[in-house]
Design a protein around this ligand. Structure first.
Ligand SMILES: NC(=O)c1ccc[n+]([C@@H]2O[C@H](COP(=O)([O-])OP(=O)(O)OC[C@H]3O[C@@H](n4cnc5c(N)ncnc54)[C@H](O)[C@@H]3O)[C@@H](O)[C@H]2O)c1
Length: 259
């Protein structure tokens, strides 16, 4: 229960879903956690819940828009003021933008890249100078199995997620000599509000849900806590030589040969 003791972590999009699960797991492992979230009400509710569940939890909710570099910089400054320099950054905030390439609006394209790729870069840029100076730090970017495989009709989300892997590898290599590790996690289907929203947008939501559960070899989808366990590992001192890498969490689905 103390794998992240004395570490300060900032998790973007931590009000709900995978980000909230990561914030809970980090606090349970002894980290001071800043929930940097656009929807401040959900972040405050999650922060209260963590504080209620874990005695002496150090937790703070800060309204943050990852698409704005100044907003992310401000969140990092708040974290430093409250708990000290940020040791761990999880770039988790993300949105689904699924459209037909040729009928998609320019606004859809920009919205997708602003959150899913610029947001990750804004986070990295805000913490890297401090991490480089201290010659220590771990950045974990939440990508997706869409970073490796294309599902028709999901454009341009996979383009942005491919970019997240490129950014992870490029920054991991750039700052390896400074002992800053940059890694990614590629989740497959994980049961969060985002997934429910997608099911509910289908003509037959229940059939869409059942079809999703049939896809993975394990015949289920993942839980946010299962992504959080890997984020704890990558953030911790248990992964000192894992860098510029990506761990897939999909129950084996991307390894499955499709007939
Ligand atoms: N759920 C899945 O099946 C799945 C699979 C693969 C990858 N992912 C990725 O995991 C991450 C989290 O997904 P989730 O399912 O928990 O989503 P979610 O929608 O449940 O949570 C995302 C959170 O990010 C916040 N957010 C959105 N825009 C933001 C912004 N501009 N600034 C700050 N916060 C913002 C939202 O308010 C929300 O609280 C995303 O990057 C997503 O692409 C999810």
């Amino acid at each position: 229960m103390n794998r992240l003791t004395d570490k300060v972590a900032l998790v973007t999009g931590a009000g709900r879903g995978i980000g909230a699960a990561i914030a809970r797991a980090f606090a349970a492992e002894g980290a001071a956690v800043v929930l940097a979230e656009l929807d401040i009400a959900t972040a405050q509710a999650t922060a209260r819940e963590i504080a209620g569940a874990i005695g002496n939890a150090k937790v703070l909710a800060v309204q943050t828009d990852v698409t704005q570099s100044a907003s992310v910089q401000a969140a990092v400054s708040e974290a430093q003021k409250a708990f000290g320099p940020v040791d761990v950054l999880v770039n988790n905030a993300g949105i689904n933008v699924f459209a037909d390439p040729l009928t998609m609006t320019d606004d859809d394209w920009r919205r997708c890249f602003a959150v899913d790729l610029d947001g990750v870069w804004n986070g990295c840029r805000a913490v890297l100078p401090g991490m480089i100076e201290r010659r220590a730090g771990s950045i974990v970017n939440i990508a997706s199995t869409h970073a490796f495989q294309i599902i028709p009709g999901c454009f341009p989300y996979p383009v942005a997620k491919h970019g997240v892997i490129g950014l992870t590898r490029a920054l991991g290599i750039e700052y390896a000599p400074k002992n800053v590790r940059v890694n990614a996690i590629a989740p497959g289907y994980i049961e969060t509000q985002l997934t429910h929203d997608w099911w509910n947008a289908q003509p037959d939501p229940e059939a869409a849900r059942r079809a999703t559960l049939e896809l993975p070899p394990m015949k289920r989808i993942g839980k946010p806590e299962e992504v959080a366990m890997t984020a704890v590992f990558l953030a911790s001192d248990e992964a000192p030589f894992i860098n510029a890498s990506c761990i897939t969490i999909d129950g084996g689905r991307t390894a499955l040969h499709h007939e």
